[in-house]
Design a protein around this ligand. Structure first.
Ligand code: SF4
Length: 215
């Protein structure tokens, strides 16, 4: 039976403690130096690996160093540069719309609140959480991507699959200071051990407390 109440809260904290020990260097795997670069990289990471995004962004950041340069980019040139990340037409529209809005509404600087970020074209709550948590060290929510969504169900933290509901649950179960790190830990674990098709339960540090362990 799924844990509830204090037992679930204790289960969550035990998972956090073990993953912190296992991945002391867990971090955002997108390369960036400025909030704008992280925003751009996060938009490009939809349906694409961080590794692929990191191959594309150095040239992109050199060609368009600020929001105003990006907002004036020629769509065809931008499309060519980001083609390999997939969905490049939509992503080009998002990058152009987002950077133009930053220039017009925020004097060229990435805004630092959830409300303002999600009003930018192509920016949803997940992208806003990535930027707030990693570029501004502000924990407003928890990033729920496919790895996080898969792991929290396997680990018995929730049975929800709707990212908004999952995020609400995680915000109640984990200390606010750890929200950004929590996503990195789960994503690290999801990429290395709790893989979608073939989880490596025999090597998992959560094996004895995971209700989905296959060992
Ligand atoms: S025991 Fe298996 S299913 Fe559970 S978290 Fe570890 S790898 Fe994933």
């Amino acid at each position: 039976m799924r844990k509830r109440g204090p037992a679930l809260a204790a289960h969550a904290l035990e998972i956090l403690a073990r993953l912190k020990r296992e991945y002391p260097d867990a971090h955002c795997e997108l390369d960036f130096e400025t909030p704008l670069q992280l925003l751009v990289a996060t938009i490009l990471s939809a349906q694409c690996t961080d590794k692929r995004v990191n191959m594309v962004t150095p040239e992109l950041f050199r060609a368009y160093p600020g929001a105003s340069e990006l907002a004036s980019a020629k769509p065809a040139e931008l499309e060519d540069m980001i083609r390999s990340t997939g969905f490049f037409r939509n992503k080009t529209k998002s990058l152009l719309g987002m950077s133009a809005a930053i220039v017009e509404r925020h004097a060229g600087e990435v805004p630092q609140t959830m409300d303002e970020l999600v009003k930018l074209p192509g920016v949803g709550r997940k992208t806003a959480n990535v930027v707030l948590g990693n570029a501004f060290a502000t924990n407003v929510g928890v990033v729920v991507d496919t790895h996080v969504g898969r792991l929290v169900v396997r680990l018995g933290l929730t049975s929800d699959t709707d990212p908004v509901k999952v995020e609400q649950t995680l915000m109640k179960l984990f200390p606010r200071d750890d929200w950004a790190l929590l996503s990195h830990l789960l994503i690290f674990h999801g990429r290395r051990v709790c893989i979608a098709r073939t989880p490596r339960c025999a090597e998992c540090v959560l094996g004895d407390i995971c209700p989905s362990s296959r060992v």
